[in-house]
Design a protein around this ligand. Structure first.
Ligand code: TTP
Ligand code: MG
Length: 371
């Protein structure tokens, strides 16, 4: 029997900022780009649960969050504190959390069996899957998860939500089920009923488009969706239809991959304060991104890169990426800067920009990283 856990930190970036500033305890906090008094152009990364009470959500335009905050301020409620995101800081905390989980798994397992350390897979900056099958019962697995949560709270003053189920799919949905600070266990015999009332959007992979198409057929919940047979789903979604058919029934046999391959690419992107088509304004952004990436590369476990990807988003949101693979691996900021600049020039004229549209966002990524 497999027992899989999924851990996801609560309001992660915002929770880290709140923890670091005890005087903000309980105040609504939004982490994201600078709202610039309601003129900012970026988006919300995340918000504390207090700020979510105002209707603020991840990926919402920062300007909208500002407006919501102004509205509540007029009603006499505490306004939102806006903080700029600092990814490196959260990434450091993320490492500590993973370390705590690892420690527990090693410890618990040693007490039980003296076996190899169990599998832990980092799924994103604030979530990981780990295999608790060695506990051999869901009851014991729950106890281990509770201890991990308690330890994260004591050592990092942060809350996590954990879901436990017979596979990754159920564990992931379960961790989201009682957020924040939740612990939800779904035993194999409970899987079918657990999923039935959920909105189809709760199934990982079902995004707004798939939701829309299902809604067209009057399908909202997983129970509804089970009325569609495999054939029908394949007709609608192609190969993915079969996977969906299984997911609606809570079936998933994907493994927890202990050593997820290290990031194959690193990148930065920025929304400009104002749309522009002026080289003088645009180039410094790319140059800074190139410098940052080269610096980051030097500190990561990687030594060199071979492929450079430039992303340009125009004012009308059309987004174009161009990549270039170098004849041999490079290491330095100067090579990166030179290539990015060359790749960028065609966007200033007819070659890549026949309508001479202004540019809204610029990004640089490096790939084919070598250790
Ligand atoms: P999530 O785990 O999706 O969100 P969360 O941890 O803030 O809140 P919760 O899990 O309690 O619902 O994402 C983890 C972090 O990733 C989040 O803190 C900030 C970042 N993030 C973005 O930058 N943009 C986004 O659109 C999302 C969803 C997350
Ligand atoms: Mg989270």
């Amino acid at each position: 029997m497999r027992i899989i856990a999924h851990l996801d930190m609560d309001a992660f970036f915002a929770a880290v900022e709140e923890r670091n500033r005890p005087y903000l305890q309980g105040t609504p906090i939004v982490v994201g780009s600078d709202p610039q008094g309601g003129k900012g152009r970026g988006v919300v990364s995340t918000a504390t649960y207090a700020a979510r009470g105002y209707g603020i959500r991840s990926a919402m335009p920062i300007r909208k969050a500002w407006e919501l905050s102004e509205e509540v301020r007029k009603k006499g409620l505490p306004p939102v504190v806006f903080i700029s995101s600092e990814f490196r800081k959260y990434s450091e905390v993320s490492k500590k959390i993973v370390h705590i989980v690892h420690e527990h798994l090693r410890e618990t397992q040693k007490n039980l069996f003296e076996m190899e350390p169990p599998a832990l897979e980092r799924a994103s900056v604030d979530e990981c899957f780990f295999d608790l099958s060695f506990a051999s019962s869901f009851k014991k697995a729950r106890r281990i998860a509770a201890v991990i949560k308690k330890d994260i709270l004591e050592r990092e003053q942060l809350t996590a939500s954990i879901g436990i189920g017979p596979n990754k799919l159920i564990a992931k949905i379960a961790s989201d089920f009682q957020k924040p600070n939740g612990l939800t266990v779904v035993t194999p015999d409970a899987v079918f009923d657990f999923l039935a009332p959920l909105d189809v959007r709760k199934i990982p992979g079902v995004g707004p488009k798939a939701e829309e198409r299902l809604r067209h057929l009057g399908v909202r919940t997983v129970a509804h969706a089970r009325k569609l047979d495999e054939e029908r789903l394949r007709g609608m979604f192609g190969k993915w239809g079969k996977e969906l058919y299984l997911k609606f029934r809570g079936e998933d046999d994907s493994p927890v991959i202990a050593h997820a391959p290290p990031a194959k690419s690193i990148g930065e992107q920025e929304t400009l304060p104002e749309d522009s088509l002026e080289m003088k304004i645009l180039l410094p952004y790319l140059e800074r991104q190139a410098r940052n990436l080269a610096r980051y590369l030097a500190r990561s476990g990687f030594k060199s890169f071979r492929t450079i990807v430039l992303t340009v988003r125009f004012a009308d949101f059309e987004t174009v990426s161009r990549s270039r693979t170098l004849p041999e691996p490079a290491v330095d900021a100067e090579t990166l800067r030179r290539n990015v600049t060359q790749m960028f020039f065609p966007f200033l004229d007819r070659r890549e920009n026949p309508k001479r549209k202004k540019i809204r966002l610029l990004g640089v990524r490096i790939e084919k990283l070598l250790p």
